[in-house]
Design a protein around this ligand. Sequence first.
Ligand code: ADP
Ligand code: MG
Length: 232
Amino acid sequence: MTVNEIISLARKEKRTVLTEIEAKQILQEAGISCTETKLAPTREQAVSLSNEIGYPVVLKVSSVDITHKSDAGGVKVNLKDQAAVETAYDEIMNSCRGQFPDANIEGISVQGMAKSGIEVIIGMTKDPSFGPVLMFGLGGVFVEVLKDVAFRIVPLEKSDANQMINEIQGKKLLEGYRGQDPADIPFLEDMLLKLSAFVDKTPEIKEIDMNPVFAYKEGAVVVDARIILDDE
Ligand code: ADP
Ligand code: MG
């Protein structure tokens, strides 16, 4: 589906929240690399999609009503075979149905397990006076506890993307800390510029949250994404 088709479908269904699968499709079309993610409405389909994608896989609840999937027991990573996928499918469903009895659950999303990297977050929010603003930071405790993030107003210039990444306090972690691989900073800059260009031409979007993005020595990949549309 194209960006417009995904937005029209959401409008038709009277929802502003896109699923992770829809969000990743949109980002992928904007040139931003995401883990390939597919919807399994049944346990059997979760197995056949896992076989198709290749193990290890990750299963996640797919519901626009569940924002924090792992808090709801809705994420199972590193599933190595068919039996693990079957068990994970049931556990996710039981946990999420138990915690959110009223949530509309469309199924379980299946995606490849990305190799671990440096976790960063990239987002977009709309400021009442400045319009769309992009955010960049390190993931996990760095954003949650330390609020170590940088902001720039869309559209970004190349120098903005570079400065954003360079001004975060945890910058050293991106340069390879204690023998860890460094992050591909030019690639992250390019992701920010692609996101800026996309946001600039897609005014219907109110919020984008890519959390986390795994950054590698070469390249980076979005493993979780959320998009919220403006009210009509
Ligand atoms: P939540 O809704 O709780 O934010 P996420 O989709 O971010 O759920 O998944 C929780 C965590 O699981 C992520 O922070 C990441 O560490 C890990 N994870 C999610 N998807 C993948 C994946 N495709 N490959 C590897 N790890 C993943
Ligand atoms: Mg997440």
